[in-house]
Design a protein around this ligand. Structure first.
Ligand SMILES: CC(C)(COP(=O)(O)OP(=O)(O)OC[C@H]1O[C@@H](n2cnc3c(N)ncnc32)[C@H](O)[C@@H]1OP(=O)(O)O)[C@@H](O)C(=O)NCCC(=O)NCCS
Length: 178
């Protein structure tokens, strides 16, 4: 398994991976929604605000994650992890967790302070995410499942309560994704 940073030469293969994986797990319509979201994320996000990581096996892209910049009131450097996919045929082998750890190590090397995500706490807690109340840090859109709002600090400091709103990148700023 090889982990590396995403670059645009991999766009098509990554979009196809998300479409395949989410069609299998959530149905074809959701597969298309996520594929469209990833395509928009790649095209509309400034390069320094988007960090993708991919897992490859025998030249096939089998996993991909994206972190995009989240503006927070404390002005700390923060990113949000979304979306995440591992190819159906190689799930439950630890690839998802390894890929997220690879990405978090890269963010630490860039001095990123906070990382957020929105998803299943039982999966993301395996890579250091904890549930966070919106009284501490607000989500950028209204959450249909507040239990899935998760965060971790990368510098060992506790996450401080912040007053004010957060702002995600344009592609994520879609109420249907939250
Ligand atoms: C979720 C996903 C990225 C996990 O990747 P993976 O490589 O299969 O995960 P890992 O092998 O590293 O970890 C597996 C662990 O996570 C748990 N897990 C796997 N998929 C999960 C899911 N969809 N929800 C909750 N927990 C999940 C498993 O129970 C397993 O725990 P265990 O080994 O203690 O039993 C992958 O299953 C996937 O792409 N699913 C479809 C798309 C999706 O749901 N993306 C995430 C949206 S929040």
């Amino acid at each position: 398994m090889q982990f590396s940073l995403f670059n645009e030469s991999k766009s098509q293969r990554v979009i196809e991976l998300f479409k395949r994986v989410f069609s299998a797990s959530e149905g074809e319509a959701e597969g298309q929604v996520i594929a469209d979201f990833v395509a928009k994320l790649i095209v509309t996000t400034a390069p320094k605000e988007l960090i993708g990581c991919i897992a490859e096996e025998n030249d096939n892209v089998v996993g991909c994650i994206f972190f995009s910049r989240l503006a927070v009131p404390s002005r700390q450097v923060a990113y949000i992890l979304s979306p995440v996919a591992v190819s159906t045929d190689v799930q439950s082998k630890g690839i998802g967790q390894e890929l997220i750890k690879y990405g978090l190590d890269h963010l630490k090397s860039l001095n990123v302070k906070l990382v957020f995500t929105y998803g299943d706490p039982s999966f993301y807690s395996k890579t250091g995410f904890d549930q966070i109340n919106e009284n501490i840090v607000k989500a950028p859109c209204r959450l249909s499942q507040p239990i899935g709002w998760l965060a971790q600090s990368l510098d060992g400091q506790a996450i401080q309560s912040m007053t004010g709103s957060t702002q995600c990148v344009e592609a994520l700023n879609d109420p249907g994704l939250w």
